[in-house]
Design a protein around this ligand. Sequence first.
Ligand code: SF4
Ligand code: SF4
Length: 396
Amino acid sequence: MLFNEFRNEKLSALGFGAMRLPLLSDGTIDQDELDRMVDAAIAAGVNYFDTAHPYHGGKSEVCLGKSLSRYPRERWNLADKFPGHQNVKGVRPLVPAEVFEEQLRRCGVEYFDFYLLHNVNENSLASYYGNPENRFLEYFLEQKEKGRIRHLGFSCHAAPEGLKQFLALYGGHMEFCQIQLNYVDWTLQDAKTKVDILRQAGIPVWVMEPVRGGRLAAFDGETEARLRTLRPHDSIPAWAFRWLRTVPQPTMILSGMSSLAQMEDNLKTFSTHEPLNGEELRELEKIAARLCSMIPCTGCRYCCAGCPMGLDIPLLLSMANDMAVSDSFNTVARYTALGPGKGAGACIGCGQCSAACPQKIDVPEQMKKLDALMSAHKSWEEICRERAAEIEKKQA
Ligand code: SF4
Ligand code: SF4
């Protein structure tokens, strides 16, 4: 196992994400398979396990805690997260003490090694620091003082500007930040800029979605054949992990694994340090370029000044590309945060933008498609309410 240093501790470079655990046919978590996966991980040196309050309707915390309890506490680090992003209208307001005590109880632990403010994004920024009555940060700093949290950090799906806003207020207290990072989101979600911002702030990077929820784990025949010709003994996900070990070099790479076979494949990838060579890197860049440019907007903004509705056209097109790679509720969150009159539905089809566009993009057509896609999608509030209801139902 490869390891990285974090505040004089040795963390396995691969972390076990408990977001997509193996399931039985009735939809409940397969505890036996999970135990086998945890056994294989610990035997190989993995010492970081990551769960969150909403994962599997709250059962991820219970099942992961149960599985880890078979090993001495000092063999593993447990990370959990405070779901401040679900503090939306229509959901019971979150009381940090209630949630935190419940999480400790569910996981069967007396402290968390790592604790994160979950999913800082354009919609949840207000929940985290907009309301002085929340006092989220103060509460978790107190828990840290008491030794019930060893390291405090946050996970972030916001665009670079949102990340900067959060850091300006809370950055001094944050020890690490988890972002969505892979060779497609390096440009598609501007992860490169986020990594730079975090580096400048001296905050180590944790990676989530290294294979973008499975989107980078399998390709069409030609792409897959090309990768297999270059590295016949490697799986397709191994390419994504090796890219992460080559380019931004994060401290922790989390993978949400669903089977022992996936676990074993990842353990093999993280057993040796094999950075991509130039040819391999170019191959992934080609794949990324293809996935990112289904609408070939370069972000030049020549179209923006003439838009009578004041729409951020390149931003909307990047969201359309993002949703085309794989459906993402975080993109829905960012879209919702644009507010009334700033979504694709506000486009009046005047065509000024297309006339100004060097790429000859049919912007009005793309706006129509994006509006239809987002209108048919569940809203951010609905998603949060459903998840909160699922947790309450499973607790009952
Ligand atoms: S077509 Fe739509 S996006 Fe383009 S300039 Fe007109 S209103 Fe703005
Ligand atoms: S002019 Fe065309 S390429 Fe440039 S930002 Fe606008 S849509 Fe994108």
